[in-house]
Design a protein around this ligand. Sequence first.
Ligand SMILES: [Ca+2]
Length: 557
Amino acid sequence: MNAHASETRRSSHPHSLPHRFHDLRAGPCRPGGALPRKDCGIQAGPARPGSESPSCRGVVQRWLTAVILTIGPVWLSTHLEGYGLCGEKTRVPNVVFILTDDQRWDYMSCAGHPFLKTPNMDRIAREGARFTNMFVTTSLCSPSRASLLSGLYAHAHSVVNNFTDYPNRLPNFPRQLKAAGYETAYIGKWHMNENSDEPRPGFDYWASHKGQAQYYDTPFNINGRREVLKGYYTHRVTDLAVDWIKRPHAGPFLLMLGHKAPHTPVVPEPKYAHVYDQINICYPASAFDLEGKPDWIRPRLTTWHGIYGPLWDFRPRFPDTSAAGVKEFAAFVRAYAAVIKSVDDGLGRILRTLEETGQLDNTLVIFLADNGFFLGEHGMMDKRAMHEESIRVPLVVRYPPRIRPGTVVDRMVLNIDLAPSILDICRAEPLSGIHGRSWKRLVAGDPSGWRTSWFYEYNYEKQFPYTPNVRGVRTDDWKYVHYPHGDGGPDRHKAELYNLKSDPKELKNLIADPASAAKLAELKTELARLMQQCGAWTDRMPIDEGVKDVLPEKSIR
Ligand SMILES: [Ca+2]
């Protein structure tokens, strides 16, 4: 894009809310109303050269300067807005929300990965914030995606498996933003309802497909027109996203981009197909340390979701419990990392496009995944269980007006928090009656009143009979997990209790440890309290039909 075009785009993009939205924020500029609203030079968004009114100079400016020097920018960013110390045209950010499918939390170099380099994910963390304790409340694609949209737990939004669409009656954050004047787009993998690629409500632009798609040549529905996008999925959806960002936008926009990667069956593009061939990869030690673990984990070892299973066709002859079988596991892990490299390249293109169009610093960029992924830990592959590798996901966020570069948030944040946080930062109407909460103040350095516990739920799937029903509670330092049968009777499987502070890899199950009995009782009480608080009580779930050594239908793999 040439400089002139770029300048034109900037000037045609005021990022101001519709007038009716300003009315919500009308009122005195500060207690006492001494500052006329129109004369305030501070905006919630980044200062723009030449945007200050000359009348702001003088007394007001001196007062503001003193406040800024005394109290500091974080306080300002979180509080002044509440007093209406904003410009006539309060800027709201664009939102670019990028979601990967099944990327575990530590597959970013900024999270300490030993060989995967993700410079663009790292850039967002470096110039914004990285959430080191971001979790999903159900580690399964569709339920987690519906939680991201709605701010609700799965039992409340009703998408409890991968075959249910997002209910049309249910509000979500894109619709709230659209109602607030945002232009909205969804590009890429939607993954709720395997059988429909139809445009979903709330999006002005739609480019998605049925089900899981393929890494190459996926048929898309683009605003009602069907077209096979030839080539590598990650790059094709990035092309669409880049083109959409470059379009003229009359106001603020929301772009949601759903990647297929690194969902199985992983297929790296040729550029990265052999990039990690020289990396030595072993089974994790916890795969061989199952003492004290629940009984259902052992029969899982040789199934579709076990380390000795077929590994999504990376292991043609299975089960293979021999030491030599690690070579296929290693090949799978290398490919899993390689497809994330392509995602990172695409992320770089999107950041560059925002930069070139002068919109980067007025865009809330959010990068995260819908669930984590076991890579052999406790002998498991895939997700669904409540161990850390499954429930912890990456989350990096960039928005300089609100987030200091290099911020690290270590409090426990959940997928149900994204919707309220985005609406809060964009000053749109909040969703009512939801379970999640906004981390706007948390990311600005104010952790007061933040949650210290949360509960997890997963329902047994007949289509993937490798994980029981799961209910559990996690605090900063402890985790209690149990596996209800589904009939209201006593549990048939052993439960798990971990001291995460002394045992972060969850190797020593303390469920039968007399010294931990008081903690166990406390956590059981807390789990019941949290479930009751969130309307998950009485708790309904399917009957656990056990771990079965069968392969899932090909169409849903
Ligand atoms: Ca997923």
